[in-house]
Every structure is written in C-alpha cells, then in structure tokens.
Design a protein around this ligand. Structure first.
Ligand code: ZN
Ligand code: ZN
Length: 103
C-alpha cells in the first residue's frame, strides 16, 4: 500500500513579521502602528542629524596646519618644531618626545 502524500494546501497561517521590531504583526501592513511611527521618527532624526552635520563646521575655529600647534598659554600658532613659544611657554611634552625619537 503506497500513499502519495499530497502537498499541504495550507502550510500555516501567513503571519507577517514587522520589519521594525521583528515581532509578528497582525495588522494589515505587517507593521505595528507604533512601529511605523517609530520608523518614521528615526528617519526624521537621521535626516536632522545629517542636516546638522552638514551645517556644523567640521574645522576648528583656528585653521591649524599639520606643522603647526596652538600654544596652550597664549593660544598663538607656533611651528611644531619650535619647543619654546614667543611668549616663553615651553612645550615639555614635545621636548620629551623629541629626545626619545633621537635616542
Ligand atoms: Zn513592530
Ligand atoms: Zn605662547
């Protein structure tokens, strides 16, 4: 006796998964109403962030060149290799690193 099993006509109730929270949703669109609101809000927030990022100046107020640094005392731009500023401020960290690099 051989029985050919027929393909199941109804593999199960089709339940949509909400793309926002990943939970099963029985609502018509497959997205929870509160999730669609959240998704829309996230998109809005991302857009606002992008707008703010494009508006905000990426550069610091002072344009510091790679060979320049700002003196912590007088805030003047000084050459990176100058260990003593015109105001007399001595950059101890730079002096130490230079000594380590030489040895
Ligand atoms: Zn959801
Ligand atoms: Zn200085």
């Amino acid at each position: 006796m051989s029985t050919s099993k027929p393909q199941p006509l109804h593999p199960g109730p089709k339940r949509k998964v909400c793309p926002v929270c990943g939970e099963y949703s029985y609502s018509r669109g497959g997205v929870h109403p509160q999730c669609s609101v959240r998704q829309a809000d996230e998109k809005r927030m991302q857009r606002l962030k992008r707008e703010q990022a494009s508006k905000a100046p990426a550069k610091p107020a002072v344009d510091v060149k790679p060979w320049q640094k700002i003196c912590p005392k007088c805030k003047n731009l000084i050459h990176i290799r100058k260990q003593v500023c015109v105001c007399g401020h001595q950059n101890a960290a730079a002096t130490a690193s230079r000594r380590q690099a030489k040895s």
